[in-house]
Design a protein around this ligand. Structure first.
Ligand code: RP5
Length: 163
């Protein structure tokens, strides 16, 4: 039987996928079931509305939302659902993602978005943050996440090398 989808990865455009794939990779590594969808705040507002309205009822536990530029998707999604939203500022060419970061970060009181770093590292960390949230109530996942973190620490050499 397929595992129930617990995480929704949404993004404003196909062009965000190379970044958002980093979140998906982490979820794959940890065996977390997710879906990936293009949901644009500006180009497909009805899709955003429906996704937000149905998210909790469909059993989603975390939403990872990535967008660039006038990055309204994470904040609008947080306005529409109580499911925790983790925002990923996608790196833009014109303003290097600072525009995306500020668009996502400065939410008004009442509708939080957990905002990650700009770009690929932020997307990967969004996957890890989602895993940490799910691990609170999933002991098997907690064990896997601890092992993942330990493996990363063990991979860091004691000393720098010239190679
Ligand atoms: C945003 O506009 C998207 O999230 C994307 O980062 C940016 C550019 O989109 P495209 O013009 O590449 O489709 O809505």
């Amino acid at each position: 039987m397929n595992k129930a989808i617990e995480v929704g990865i949404i993004m404003g455009s196909q062009s965000d996928w190379p970044t958002m794939k980093e979140a998906a990779k982490i979820l794959d590594e940890l065996g977390i079931a997710y879906e990936a969808k293009i949901v644009s705040a500006h180009r497909t507002p009805d899709r955003l509305w429906t996704y937000g309205k149905e998210a909790a009822g469909r059993g989603l536990k975390v939403i990872i939302a990535g967008a660039g530029g006038a990055a309204h998707l994470p904040g609008m999604m947080a306005s529409k659902t109580r499911v925790p939203v983790i925002g990923v500022p996608v790196q833009t060419k014109a303003l290097s993602g600072v525009d995306s970061l500020y668009s996502i970060l400065q939410m008004p009181k009442g509708f939080p978005v957990a905002t990650m770093a700009i770009g690929a590292a932020g997307a990967a960390n969004a996957g890890l943050m989602a895993a940490g949230i799910l691990a609170i109530s999933d002991p098997a996942l907690a064990v896997k996440l601890d092992a993942w973190r330990e493996a990363l620490s063990a991979s860091i050499p004691d000393e720098p090398s010239d190679d």
